[in-house]
Each structure stands twice: as structure tokens, then as C-alpha cells.
Design a protein around this ligand. Structure first.
Ligand code: ZN
Length: 298
């Protein structure tokens, strides 16, 4: 099988890392792309970089694309004009995908949270309002070929106008209801920007280091408790620009690298700019591969 994988990577235009086993073509139910941390901006050739990622995704003919948050760079500490222009830019580029795109909210997508932005919390598009008005609800779900995709908002706004990884009570109530609807057997994929489980801190900061409250979902264990007894297959995560696959209690927590690498400054921890292509097979199994779409900082 390893030999086959090498053949595959040679004959495709893309390098393949962290691959498990590619399912037989006949067995392939559908495939989708998970693109996280795009950090779209007019600077740093990010428009050309994102377009290259879109072109690569289109060539792979996924059934749909999910973004993992931090779609733009950024609205957090910026003026309304800058934030507005970034959302317009992102929306115009979304039209270049050949397949439907489902977005996830990230911290950088929130408008005017940092005090330095000069934006008042009473602004009509403050916080998550701008994202919800321009892109999508902050949490929602959709069904596809017997699988259920749950998009969560893992960004909590603190009283002192910062953010932390958190899934609020309103969503938790909705999630419990949603899981009741889905039942115990339907396979589930979750997308959330800030990870529910990760080892990034142990690599980036050191083996004995803990996560800061803005790098991991603070109530992740509560969420794991709610998910118990349901057929959750994958939790797709972003935020840390890190590529990993942690298997715990039947769930793969996969952090999907970053389309922007180190925010369009090149590689991060030797990880290329890239995105995940996920193959789903008829027997409820899946595999993923990291697609290096060939971007180099000019
Ligand atoms: Zn983030």
C-alpha cells in the first residue's frame, strides 16, 4: 500500500503528507476539502495564494468545501472599512470554487472586538454579526449522503474584549437537540476553528507547556461528554496552523494545517501551505491527505 501511495503522489501534482490509507476508488462515497486559516488579505500576495489553493481544490473535484475559520486577516482590531473590504474580497473569491462552500467562524473573522479598533459594542456589525450577515450563521449543520456535518463556533468573547476558546450555552443546547435528531448511528463530522484536542503546545512551546485559554476550547471536556454515544468520526480543527491527527475514544481530532502557512510568510514548522482532502467510503470510514498546492512566497 505504501508503494501505491508513493505512485499516487508522484502522478498527482501535489505532495502528500500524513496520509493513512487511500480507499479503493469503487468504495469512495464522496470526498470533500477542509481549508482552514486562509487569512485572506490584499497584502503578502495572499489573493494569488488563495486562488492557487482554489484552483488546486477545483482540480480535485470535491463534493464540497468546508473552511475552518480565520477566513480573513482580519476584522478583529480593524476599522469597518477595512473589515468590510475583506469580507467583500472573500465573498468574491468564494465564487471561484466549483463546489459549494460551507464556512466556519474563526477569531480573526470577528469585527471590532479589540479596543484598538475604536469600534463600539453597539455597532450593528460588532463581533459575530458581521460574519453572520456576510457569510453564514455562526453554527449550523447540513446532511450529505447519510453523514451529518456540524459547524460550531468555538470563539468566546471575554468581558475585557479578548477571545478564548469556548462553546457557549446557547450552542450547547442546540448541539444536544441536534444530536437527538441525528441519533446514535449516523456518522458525524464536526468543524470548529479553535481545537477541542491538540498537541500543538507541546511542540511549539515545549513538552511540559499548557495551552493558553485562547488556543484550545476551554470546555472541550463538556463537549466530549455531550458527543458520547453518538457516531462522531472526525473533529476538524484550525487556529494553530498545525497538522495533526489525534485519535481518542473513537474520534479523530484532525487539525488541518493552514492554507496561509505562517499567514502568507512561508512554511510553519516545516509545514507547507495546504489543505485537507478527505475521502469518505461506503463503510463509514475515511482517510485524509494534506494537499500542498504548490505555493511559494514570491
Ligand atoms: Zn484563529
Amino acid at each position: 500500500m505504501k508503494y501505491l501511495l508513493i505512485i499516487f503522489s508522484v502522478f498527482s501534482c501535489y505532495s502528500v503528507f500524513g496520509q493513512v490509507v487511500k480507499p479503493d476508488k469503487d468504495d469512495n462515497l464522496f470526498s470533500f476539502v477542509f481549508m482552514t486559516d486562509i487569512h485572506l488579505q490584499p497584502e503578502k500576495n495572499a489573493i494569488q495564494g488563495f486562488q492557487k489553493a482554489i484552483d488546486a481544490a477545483n482540480e480535485l473535484h470535491p463534493d464540497f468545501v468546508i473552511t475552518g475559520g480565520d477566513n480573513i486577516m482580519d476584522a478583529f482590531g480593524q476599522t469597518w472599512e477595512r473589515s468590510d473590504s475583506l469580507y467583500n474580497l472573500f465573498n468574491s473569491m468564494m465564487a471561484n470554487f466549483n463546489s459549494p462552500v460551507y464556512t466556519t467562524i474563526g477569531n480573526h473573522d470577528l469585527f471590532g472586538i479589540y479596543e484598538k479598533s475604536g469600534i463600539s459594542p453597539s455597532h450593528l456589525e460588532y463581533g459575530k454579526e458581521m460574519y453572520e450577515k456576510r457569510l453564514a450563521p455562526r453554527y449550523y449543520s447540513f446532511d450529505y449522503m447519510g453523514w451529518v456535518f456540524i459547524i460550531l463556533d468555538g470563539v468566546g468573547i471575554t468581558e475585557d474584549r479578548r477571545y478564548k476558546g469556548y462553546v457557549d450555552e446557547e450552542q450547547m443546547d442546540w448541539l444536544r437537540e441536534e444530536l437527538r435528531r441525528i441519533g446514535e448511528t449516523s456518522p458525524i463530522v464536526i468543524s470548529i476553528h479553535i481545537p477541542l484536542l491538540s498537541v500543538e503546545a507541546q511542540i511549539a512551546l515545549g513538552p511540559t507547556e499548557a495551552f493558553k485559554d485562547n488556543s484550545i476550547v476551554n470546555n472541550a471536556n463538556e463537549i466530549r461528554g455531550v458527543l458520547k454515544g453518538h457516531n462522531v468520526k472526525i473533529v476538524l480543527q484550525g487556529h494553530t496552523h498545525f497538522l495533526e491527527d489525534i485519535y481518542y475514544e473513537g474520534i479523530h481530532y484532525v487539525t488541518g494545517g493552514a492554507v496561509s502557512g505562517a499567514v502568507w510568510n512561508g512554511k510553519r514548522f516545516e509545514m507547507e501551505e495546504g489543505f485537507l482532502l478527505i475521502h469518505v467510503s461506503e463503510n463509514q470510514q475515511f482517510t485524509w491527505e494534506y494537499i500542498d498546492f504548490g505555493w511559494e512566497v514570491p
